[in-house]
Every structure is written in C-alpha cells, then in structure tokens.
Design a protein. Structure first.
Length: 215
C-alpha cells in the first residue's frame, strides 16, 4: 500500500497520498501536517481525500470501521498501479527508500498522537447534538420512499429512538437526529430534512439534493 510509485509521481520526489485526516478532526490534519514538516518532509497528496473522488478510498478499507464510529483516522497509500492487488506485485517492485520515508512519517504521526495528553478534538459538526426525536415523529418518518430523480428507494425504520435508513441493495445504517425533522449521517455526508406537513423528505449528499416521497 505504501511501497510503490504511481504514474502521477514518477520522477517527482517522495510523496504519499493522505486520506481522511480532516474528515472528522481538523486537529488531526494540523498534527499530520506539522509532523511531516518536523521530520524530513515529503509531499502530501490529498487527491483521494476529495469527497467527490470516484475511487471513494475513504469508505473502502479497514480504517472506515473506525471512522463510521466517529474515531478520526488517516489512511496512507502510494496509489494504484498495474499490479495493484495482483500476484505480480512482488517485492522486487517496491521502492524501498520511498517506503522508508513514508513509514517514518506514519511512525512519527502515530507517536505524536500516542503521547498527547488528550485525544484530537472532533469537529463541532461531527459531535452529537444530543437531540432525541419524539416517538410520534419517528412513527411519522417510518416508511418506504422513492424519488422521480433517482432509481434508489429508501426504507426508513426505527430501532428504539433511532431512525434507520436502508437504500435498495445497500446496507442499513442509523441516522443521527439533529433537530426536529432533521437527520444526518456524517460519514456518508447525508442530511435528511422532513417536511412537517407532508410525507416528504429532501436528501442532501455531496452537493446534490433529491426529494423522496412516501409510497
């Protein structure tokens, strides 16, 4: 994952792609940048950290099981190459000097985090609001919804005081109540706003807005 040089960086010096460092904690991003400058800095490439990047690396590996529980993470990679995840990706193709500098950055960053007196702070927008919806409101939200704008259908159910969303062909996930008629899922960048008078909600995700109506 951190031992190769991709085509975009060939001959351009040592680098590493950094993913997720600022998604939940700006403080983690600042620490990462400062640590890199302190110890033999390399180029930090944030290409795959763009929420609109089609590779969606932030959501695709083991680290995401921490991130989806509001534990800040950093995912490092040297990028993709023709042998990526193939048996032909053998040890002879590793760029060891480049890998050493990346490993040193990862070690120093982990060391700095481990020796702090407190955990890195979550962004205010990612912290729980503590709001609990009324049971009657949850009952009103529950149902199957569809949109003329997209083929996705969404089923909303409740588990205790939690509203759970499941899109067609997708895994279910809990929604956090922000305020009356407003829910979110931070890691998926989803915000649902229910109409107080109609069986409708708007879903906003990564700059797009869809209107869903109860069937």
């Amino acid at each position: 994952m951190v031992g190769r040089v991709d085509s975009l960086h060939m001959g351009k010096g040592d680098y590493v792609y950094v993913v997720g460092d600022d998604r939940l904690s700006q403080e983690l991003h600042t620490l990462s940048e400062a640590t890199n400058q302190q110890y033999n800095p390399i180029a930090l490439d944030y290409k795959y950290n763009d929420p609109k990047d089609p590779e969606r690396i932030y959501y695709r590996s083991d680290h995401y099981n921490f991130a989806r529980r509001n534990v800040p993470i950093i995912f490092y990679t040297s990028g993709q190459h023709p042998e990526y995840h193939k048996e032909t990706d053998d040890v002879g193709k590793i760029d060891f000097p480049a890998m050493v500098r990346r490993d040193q950055l990862i070690f120093h960053t982990a060391w700095a985090l481990a020796n702090r007196d407190t955990r890195v702070a979550l962004k205010p927008a990612t912290q729980s609001t503590g709001y609990t919806p009324a049971a009657a409101d949850l009952d009103r939200y529950v149902g199957n919804y569809s949109s003329p704008q997209i083929s996705l259908k969404i089923a909303l159910t409740k588990e205790g005081t939690t509203l759970v969303s499941q899109g067609s062909g997708q895994s279910a996930f809990p929604l956090e109540a922000v305020s009356k008629d407003v829910f979110r899922h931070i890691q998926y960048d989803i915000r649902m706003e229910f109409d107080p008078a109609k069986p409708i909600f708007t879903m906003k995700q990564r700059g797009t807005t869809f209107t869903f109506t109860k069937e």
